[in-house]
Design a protein around this ligand. Structure first.
Ligand SMILES: Cc1cc2nc3c(=O)[nH]c(=O)nc-3n(C[C@H](O)[C@H](O)[C@H](O)COP(=O)(O)OP(=O)(O)OC[C@H]3O[C@@H](n4cnc5c(N)ncnc54)[C@H](O)[C@@H]3O)c2cc1C
Length: 286
């Protein structure tokens, strides 16, 4: 590993100053669970690491009307927060699936999204919850819907002089339910071969809104919009859920690799979409 200098940031302004001064030679360091392996295997060799751990603005976890999740909130905090468990269960479930307890105590939501792996577990529930990314840069703050945040494998719309501040999530409508499930060959310490989040809300027994998001089946985490549209405005029968699961499988653009063939992944999207929709429906009704 090449030597680097650590810049200790105490505020968002410190981070922005360091990024402006060191440009592409600097990397932001949150929990380091993605970054340090990348340094060790030589994928990256930054000259400066800007440590975010003392930037309190990034640690907000505020459940009021909606939810604000600071970029440096950890997977473990999402997993254990009771308000998140109750109001945004799919997000708490995704936090609970990341790595081991030791990894979850370090792994942040900002790091998970900014690392932009197609398999990032926290991306699908946040997409299904219609989160907006709040981004800080030298020209002030801007907001980007999370559906427009991922540009390609390991690439986001963040400029080199910008950082992710927080995710803003609207309050769930009454009679809403969500679920996140993933498939991994091992029960723990494995990355998703496929991940699916579903979020539903009901009105008079009809599906008022449906959101379905998929991970590990395309270069970026993505929404299955045709499947969502098939559900909205209709009563959620088992047949309709099966139809939507088929449409979600069609939306997937998986590759074949050593972890699973494209055909297997498409099959998993169908199965996990059916399961997450059925479970989200039961939660919305309870
Ligand atoms: C053993 C192990 C198991 C794992 N299991 C899983 C798993 O099950 N599911 C899963 O999804 N991931 C898993 N991961 C990957 C990793 O833990 C997560 O992606 C984690 O959320 C990354 O967060 P971090 O804070 O450690 O990010 P870091 O490693 O600190 O940063 C990751 C990237 O994001 C950038 N970054 C961080 N914060 C910001 C910010 N605020 N603004 C802009 N850029 C920023 C960094 O510069 C870097 O490029 C695992 C990793 C390990 C080592």
């Amino acid at each position: 590993m090449k030597r680097f200098e650590v810049v200790q940031a105490d505020s968002v302004e410190d981070c922005l100053r360091a990024l402006a001064a060191h440009g592409r030679e600097a990397k932001l360091l949150a929990g380091g669970t993605d970054l340090l392996p990348q340094l060790k295997n030589g994928m990256l060799a930054p000259r400066y690491m800007v440590d975010l751990s003392r930037v309190t603005r990034l640690r907000t976890l505020d459940v009021h009307d909606g939810l604000r999740v600071g970029a440096a909130v950890t997977a473990r905090e999402l997993e254990l927060n009771q308000a998140v468990q109750t109001r945004y269960p799919a997000l708490a479930e995704s936090g609970a699936l990341v790595g081991s307890v030791q990894v979850r105590n370090l792994a942040t939501v900002g790091g998970n999204l900014c690392n932009a792996a197609p398999s990032a577990d926290m991306a699908p529930p946040l997409l299904a919850l219609e989160a907006e990314a709040v981004i800080a840069g030298p020209r002030g703050e801007r907001r980007v819907p999370l559906s427009a945040f991922f540009a390609d494998v390991r690439r986001t719309v963040l400029a080199p002089d910008e950082l992710l501040l927080e995710l803003v999530i609207p309050a769930p409508a009454p009679r809403s339910g969500g679920r996140y499930l993933r498939h991994t060959p091992r029960r723990e310490l494995d990355i998703a071969v496929v991940g699916v989040a579903s979020q539903l809300s009901l009105s008079d027994g009809i599906c008022a809104r449906a959101r379905i998001a998929l991970a590990a089946v395309a270069p970026i985490p993505l929404r299955a919009t045709a499947a969502e549209q098939a559900l909205e405005g209709r009563p959620l029968t088992a047949e309709l859920i099966e139809e939507a699961a088929g449409l979600a499988a069609e939306a997937a653009r998986p590759i074949s690799d050593q972890r699973g063939s494209a055909e297997f992944r498409r099959h998993l999207v169908r199965v996990l979409t059916r399961r997450t929709l059925t479970s989200a429906l039961a939660r919305a009704r309870s």
